[in-house]
Design a protein around this ligand. Sequence first.
Ligand code: KIV
Length: 273
Amino acid sequence: MKRSIPELLQSEQPLVMVTAYDYPGGLHAEAAGVDLILVGDSLGNVVLGYESTAPVTLGDMIHHGKAVRRGAPQTFLVVDMPFGTYHTGVTDAMRKAVRIIQETGADAVKMEGSTPEVLQVVDTLTRNGVPVVGHVGLMPQTATAQGGLRVQGKDDDTARRTLEGALALEAAGAFCVVLEAIPARLAKLITERLRVPTIGIGAGINCDGQVLVTHDLLGIYEGEEKKIARRYAEVGRVSREAIAQYAAEVRRREFPTRENSFVMKDDVLDKLY
Ligand code: KIV
């Protein structure tokens, strides 16, 4: 059964969120019993091969969100509003959020930041029935302006801004807030100060929940493990080895075998000669 927002807010156990970008991703996440699935705009990096999330469009998010929903009909689904789609006025942001909800079947949208403009959008959406997940700390959509993909909240200025941003998002109506790449003690303080749950990624153990990018936890890309993630499988290596073995067997004419082939009666074939 899909968990409702009140159930998520009252969860005694840490909330578990993972990203998904397609039908099998949704299927596996739902079968694994996660509490929330995020169709993150990390789609741009891990699925579409862009260098950042900036090129991801509303159309991309809707296309992938629909596929995830087909795989995970019974899990609380959050879809990211991509870069630039909630900075063009409150009415326009509302229209785009409604498109996401109606076309993908998502339960909520997520947006980054806590500027007055974003807070106004969060306020309008939540007062009009669109649940919103906030996101502070490292915000990949505007990482260039933040000085690159780096930890936030280590100095007076960014620590205070992150804390105040999270509080302001709660006051504007966000029902939970993602904390990305901030010191664990700052995340603990924010978690203590907020009534709504925090969901951390690179924010330590004391958040109310955790989120990971599925490609990181599955090890879809080989190479060094990211500091903020743990690799629970080596899907990248297993995939590469499987494809290489298939290629070798095709080249040696070992695949397909009789078991993989269809038969026909001799007389049907004979008539063709
Ligand atoms: O896009 C994304 O995957 C995210 C997570 C890192 C929280 O926003």
